[in-house]
Design a binder for this molecule. Structure first.
Ligand code: GUN
Length: 285
């Protein structure tokens, strides 16, 4: 069984990004800038944001941190986004989700300049992805694709099953999998799907993003499947993915660990997207 090591792969990606940033800035270009907006005190979000800022420093990206209390108003949040849209030194804007209750995340995402939308959550970028136009893809699905690519695991012509239909993971991942050039045959399942186990067993590539720790066991998985575990849940035993690791690893050809699989890749793709937006803006300014 191949263990898909996201930690090691993400390090390699970050090193490549750092080298490309260093080469451009040595030539006199200003460094890329990423605004990271955290609203409220959700502990998981605080950890994610800290890791994102750490990755910025490692790759030569300048992080601009905005921390708002959970009591912040929609108008305050929109004002920060507006400022970041206007700033020349900010290339990417990351609004950490979920927002505290009472704040309208769809309206906030819509107010981000699509040219600075580092997560690819703005409807314009979602539309671009669905039409196959160049643009920014959301970091977690992009990280999944990068990990498969670096292990030479091509889903072309294969049965891919995505479990979960969120805007952040399931939907964009399905689009990346079936688009021209990747060419998987994709089934998207969710909590209302009848006969889920049958769908799992059918999958040559199985992508789990439902956030149910240890739900999928080895007997539910096809022999030789590639299993990418995108679930991450905090349990008494620590962080846990959607796959029951010990039993799935006996059936799968390749499997991502949790933690150390998709998570680090997500952050590496955030850096990649930031640098992409920076280069796009350099080309026009
Ligand atoms: N919350 C959970 N995942 C993500 C992500 O990829 N981006 C943002 N902005 N918030 C998240």
């Amino acid at each position: 069984m191949i263990l898909l090591d996201g930690k090691e792969t993400a390090l390699a990606v970050r090193q490549e990004i750092a080298a490309s940033v260093a080469a451009a800035t040595a030539g006199g270009r200003r460094p890329p800038g990423l605004a990271v907006i955290l609203t409220g005190e959700d502990p998981a979000s605080q950890i994610y944001v800290r890791n994102k800022e750490k990755a910025c420093l490692e790759t030569g990206v300048i992080p601009f941190s905005f921390n708002l209390p959970a009591t912040a108003s929609q108008a305050e949040l929109l004002a920060i986004i507006r400022d970041c849209n206007a700033r020349r030194d900010v290339d990417g804007i990351l609004l950490q989700l979920p927002l505290p209750g009472g704040l309208d995340s769809a309206a906030c995402l819509l107010s981000i300049d699509p040219a600075k939308d580092v997560d690819g959550f703005h409807p314009e970028n979602v539309g671009r992805l669905s039409l196959g136009l160049p643009g920014i893809a959301p970091c977690t699905p992009a990280g999944v694709m990068e990990l498969l690519c670096r292990y030479n695991l091509s889903p072309a012509g294969k049965k891919a099953v995505v479990v979960g239909r969120s805007n952040i993971v399931g939907k964009p991942l399905a689009m990346l999998l079936y688009r021209h050039g990747t060419d998987a045959t994709v089934t998207v399942c969710h909590s209302r799907t009848r006969g889920l186990t049958r769908e799992y067993r059918n999958a040559e590539f199985l992508f789990l993003a439902m956030g149910r720790p240890g739900m999928v066991t080895g007997e539910m998985v096809r022999d030789g499947a590639v299993v990418v575990d995108i679930g991450i849940s905090r349990t008494a035993a620590g962080l846990c993915g959607d796959a029951h690791f010990a039993s799935v690893s006996l059936k799968a050809r390749a499997l991502t660990p949790v933690p150390g699989g998709v998570g680090p890749m997500t952050i590496a793709m955030l850096m990649k997207n930031t640098v992409q937006l920076w280069k796009n803006r350099m080309a026009v300014s």
